[in-house]
Design a protein around this ligand. Sequence first.
Ligand SMILES: Cc1cc2nc3c(=O)[nH]c(=O)nc-3n(C[C@H](O)[C@H](O)[C@H](O)COP(=O)(O)OP(=O)(O)OC[C@H]3O[C@@H](n4cnc5c(N)ncnc54)[C@H](O)[C@@H]3O)c2cc1C
Length: 650
Amino acid sequence: MTTDQILSDYITFGDDIHDDAAPSGPIEKRWDERKFSAKLVNPANRRKLSVIIVGSGLAGASAAATLGEAGYHVKNFCYQDSPRRAHSIAAQGGINAAKNYRNDGDSIYRLFYDTVKGGDFRSRESNVYRLAQVSVNIIDQCVAQGVPFAREYGGLLDNRSFGGVQVSRTFYARGQTGQQLLIGAYQALERQIGLGTVEMNTRHEMLEIIMVDGRARGVVVRDMITGEIETHTADAVVLATGGYGNVFFLSTNAMGCNVTATWRAHRKGAYFANPCYTQIHPTCIPVSGDYQSKLTLMSESLRNDGRIWVPKKAGDDRHASDIPEDERDYYLERIYPSFGNLVPRDIASRAAKYQCDAGKGVGPGGLGVYLDFADAIERMGRDTVEAKYGNLFDMYAQITGEDPYTEPMRIYPAVHYTMGGLWVDYDLQSNLTGLFVAGEANFSDHGANRLGASALMQGLADGYFVLPYTIANYLADGPFEKIDDSHPAVVEARQAVEERVQTLLSIDGKRTVDSFHKELGHIMWDYCGMERTEEGLVKAIQLIRDLKAEFWSNVKVTGVNEELNQTLERAGRVADFFELGELMCIDALNRRESCGGHFRAESQTEDGEALRHDDEFAYVAAWEFGGDKPVLHKEPLEYEYVEMKARSYK
Ligand SMILES: Cc1cc2nc3c(=O)[nH]c(=O)nc-3n(C[C@H](O)[C@H](O)[C@H](O)COP(=O)(O)OP(=O)(O)OC[C@H]3O[C@@H](n4cnc5c(N)ncnc54)[C@H](O)[C@@H]3O)c2cc1C
């Protein structure tokens, strides 16, 4: 069978789409113009308008606090027992902003350029430029909230570097940047909860979206303590529900991270964009056994001072300290002298894989490379290294039982972030009217590879600075017709959730939910992980379909609905992961090029670098739900400001 025949078995080809909300004109004026052209809602009218926000991470909490402060009535949902526990709390290394405090040549334009290039020319210029512009406001906002960013001796905010850039623009709070930023957003949110503008619903999982006359008007949620199924309606809905890396079972994401909210919206018509773009982070603690349910990130910030190396000789199993300097290969410094250890994540991950594939990996199973601080300790002294990275070193020591001050860390790539997500326009509105998507849950700004420290930037840009304007523009046409619980669309959505819960509980099969999830994760990692091929992806799609069929006839969900039931929660999430996993493989099959985190073995340069095919694939792949044969809509990408060329970090 030819490739075209294979593709036609899996894909229905639909019409091209365009981002109609994107302004034109000089790029530096586009956001100002959009803000000016956006309709406003006067303060008295805001009190009559309501917004549902699902998610209380950096994107959701910042949006809820800001819209609450503006005077809208906000209902916020999260599945944790406190908004303070959203997964954003795990972020370690930092947040980018084009402040140029170091006077090292940074600018809004350079952050824009680095991000477009870092994303391997698969993101929208207008969105990325806005992100770079807004980045400078984020830092001011967070400092005003009291976020304790690291400071230099003189008292000024300190910066460090992250991958894919040659300036220092990353603001940080030791290795706990996400936690400190989230506390800032959480305080702002709590203030609004206290004032009564935001109604917080913790321990509520959104399981369906309510569409009325073509508009998103509400959600169906399950109270995770009592099992009660509730419906909530509003004038607009925002999903800020994070990424879907846990489709791989093992990832650096929190155990609860899932795709359910966005997938349910997808099933109701929202396009899912670029699902195959997964970020595999180069510096994680290697897998150590079958019993693991989670992997641990060692922040990219460590690559500012740590040096990555493997033994020059394959199969060299001497202890690191017994391998003399001239028998070590600092391969990133050798291959990419301009960026060295700070090449972007996709490149560093593949390079580590190549070293391990060549038999030079270290540690059990040969799936590891060294991240070594000996030089840094000699240069700066142990105290300075400890002050900069102490909590990360402690974490490493606790997990591995090894002391990273005296021997190099062992690291290996692991699934970390998902660049794909629900398709949104410049206003962050999905193709479903009234449904907005923010943070990692949307696909918008990172193209095929996200640069380090830019997810926090994007989440806060969306929540504090973009949505308040673009949602107002939408709500200016409201309030919309009041919807009550007896509306047929509400009743239907609620019934769908109840039936699904009952179906899961009634299967009463023999296999645990986790065993299915683990098997799915293995399929995804083996065939849709760091390297993908046509043959492997076709195989994976069939394996996933078979496993999904078995799941629906043989899964065992213990307990009942009317109580806290984590098995039931996980079963619903894994059911959605099956469908997502299948779409990821179809998207990867369709994209017969390599770009960023998506590496098709058939499309590489002679020295193993990703080979893009701009003539055929310079588009966003926006998928419409279509069961076994999803519909592909292409949004062509145009570059007016940054020249599309082969990405080089040499
Ligand atoms: C270990 C680690 C370290 C990282 N370090 C950095 C870093 O240093 N710098 C950086 O820029 N990025 C970093 N990232 C990435 C960054 O942390 C995330 O991309 C970002 O925090 C996501 O924020 P968010 O608000 O979009 O989603 P999240 O913080 O994941 O929040 C999702 C919210 O949605 C809710 N939710 C989800 N589904 C449902 C549902 N169905 N019903 C109800 N509620 C739901 C959750 O309860 C939660 O409140 C890191 C990621 C990891 C895993």
